[in-house]
Design a protein around this ligand. Sequence first.
Ligand SMILES: [Zn+2]
Length: 133
Amino acid sequence: MKDNVKYVVQAKRWNQKIGVKAIQEIVAAIKHYKADKGMVITNNYFTKNAENLARTNEVELWDRNKLISFMSQVRGQGLVNSLTVEEPIEKGRESCPRCSNKLVVRSGSRGKFMGCSSFPKCRYTADYRESVL
Ligand SMILES: [Zn+2]
């Protein structure tokens, strides 16, 4: 990802193929967050209709195959050990009240929470609530 392009990323862990609804959601999120591009990542696959809709809306789709090849690639280079997926955060709670750095959604043993992006320098965390679009 380039620094000058703002992405909205949505991660879907579903046990079925991702349909057009997920693409419509990310298209709405691109507008809402004034992003340039969207990306939907899943451990499953996309339907043909979802792929077509994504292609006309600047939405990148990462299905299981692409995710696995990406993960093995970055692991092979020793760059990262795990993929941290940033998700959109509800308005007004985007920045850390302690150091005013960006808050990101992280996954811990007790589920999702919001943490400061300057961790471990700043250890601020907050409860995560799904943003409603
Ligand atoms: Zn902070």
